[in-house]
Design a protein around this ligand. Structure first.
Ligand SMILES: [Zn+2]
Length: 49
């Protein structure tokens, strides 16, 4: 799991909730919910198919 966040202010990577510059940090790669949903649908089809 990638816990590295990116500062929205200066663009630097940080592990903290706030960057050294005072800006907010956010995870650059959000979790892919759509792919997980796809897999669960496929699994369900396999189970009852
Ligand atoms: Zn920053």
């Amino acid at each position: 799991m990638d816990l590295l966040k990116k500062c929205v202010s200066c663009g630097k990577y940080s592990l903290n909730a706030k960057c050294a510059c005072g800006g907010e940090t956010k995870i650059p790669h959000p979790p892919k919910y759509s792919i997980g949903d796809k897999y669960s649908q496929y699994r369900r089809k396999e189970k009852y198919g």
